[in-house]
Each structure stands twice: as C-alpha cells, then as structure tokens.
Design a protein around this ligand. Sequence first.
Ligand code: NAP
Length: 255
Amino acid sequence: MFDLTGKVAIVTGAGSGIGAAIAQRFRAAGADVLVADISPQAEVLALQWGCAFRRTDVGQPDEMAALCEDAAARFGKLDILVNNAGIAASAPIAEADEARSQRFWRVHILGVQMGIKEAAARMTAGGSIVNISSITAMRGFLQWGEYAATKAGIISLTQTAAVEYGPRGIRVNCIAPGIIDTPMAMDEAPDMVSRNANVFTLLGRIGRPEELAAAVHFMASDDASYITGQTLLVDGGWSTGTSIKGIELALSTTG
Ligand code: NAP
C-alpha cells in the first residue's frame, strides 16, 4: 500500500519538522527524493536519509524552476512535488507591516504557485502535487492574519490547479495541519502550544510530524488516484468541534 517504488519526489522545506518526516517516509516507500531547503545544513540530513539535496529558496521563482529541472535531469522524470516549506510569525493586524506581508506572500503564495507551475510542466499523467496549508486558513486565529491569509491562498491555489491540470491527469491536493510538534510550533512557547493542543484538540494532544507525513504519503500515492482539489485536515479534530476539556475550561473560568 502507498508504494512509491520508481517514483521521483521533491519535498521543499524538508530540512526540518514535517518536511523531514515526509522525505524519510517517501524514501522508505521506495521513492527517489530530492530534498529542498533554504538551509544548507539540510544537506547532511538528506544524505543520511539516502536523499539528494538542492539548496532552494522557494520564494525565488528561478530557484524553483532550477529545482524541478534538477530532479528531472538527475532522475529522468518528476512524479511528486510536496510544497511544504513555510515560515511563521504572528502580529495583530493593527501592526501590519508591508515587508513582513511580502515575505509571507513570497514563500506561501509565489513559492507554491511557481512550484506547481514548474513541477507540472515536467510531469506526465499520474503526477501528484501536495501543498501544505494550515487549519489557521479555516477560521480566525488571534494575531495570525498574514500567515492564515496566505495559508488560505494555498487552498485556493490547490483548487484552481486541480481544475487546470486535471485534464492532464495530474492531481493537486492539500493537507492542513493543526498543531504539530516541530521547531516552527515549539521554538518560542512550547508549554503554551502543548497546553493549547491538550485543551483544544479532540484527541487531547499535539500531533507528530510522522502523522502528517502519513497523510501526505497517501495523497501523493497512486492509492489516492481519484482524489484531486481536496484539502484534508490533520488536526486531531480541533476544527471539528469544541473539546470536552475546552468546555470544562470555559465553564470553570466563567463560574
Ligand atoms: P519547520 O520545522 O520550521 O520547517 C520548515 C523548513 O522550511 C525549515 O527547514 C525552513 O528552513 C524551511 N524554509 C523556510 N523558508 C524557506 C524557503 N523560503 N525556501 C525553502 N525552505 C524554507 O516547520 P514545520 O512545522 O515542519 O512546517 C512545515 C509546513 O507545515 C509549513 O508550511 C508550515 O506552515 C506548515 N504547518 C505547520 C504547523 C505546525 O504546527 N508545525 C501547523 C500548520 C501548518 P529554516 O529553518 O532555515 O527557516
């Protein structure tokens, strides 16, 4: 099941967190994997996992084109792209800043759009693109305006790309993670993040990168051959409803 033998995959932002778990899982399933990351240190990890590496800033269209060309030249084809690279920063809309907004647009919107364009140009029927959004795209999240808006844009790009590339047999889907235990989520306030996951998710815990990688693996594989244009939420049930712990907390603080 979910066999990737003979497939060639690119995973962006694979030097850390969710992308690292995806790259290792794809490799274990038999794919040739090209790890792309802005951080040159990711090369050491990629080689340890048996993957190739190319330093890439996904926000630079010429670098995305060179990345996809590299995969096709190195392995003779390209079957799978995971647009996973992302950045995070929070601020209230009252403190909106043009430079910060441009950074989010460049990495999350331009990067994903150019990734789809350049990968699809080198794919044949059966190609699969998986974009990584976020549950912040689904509802308002205090102080996450730019991040959430650009993550919502990724869902929209997924839908349009599915329409445009469906006739060529290329599928485009999206995974929207909840809170996942990675440096992005845990570097600044790990106790608060863990507590939020504990209280707000229906499963009462933070997600593991490997649990995200499993969902991406399915979407990328031929086992998902009739699924396109979809967004799968992998969030421990956070977006589904208020948890019992959340209700109890609300009742205890309101008396
Ligand atoms: P992470 O641990 O910070 O890993 C992200 C990787 O992407 C890092 O290696 C980072 O390099 C790299 N990167 C950043 N900007 C890049 C660029 N312009 N070009 C290429 N690589 C770049 O984050 P993560 O938690 O695994 O996040 C992976 C994806 O999941 C992101 O799209 C994120 O928005 C999404 N997501 C995460 C969570 C969560 O709770 N963790 C929740 C929802 C969605 P540097 O470290 O050098 O910047």
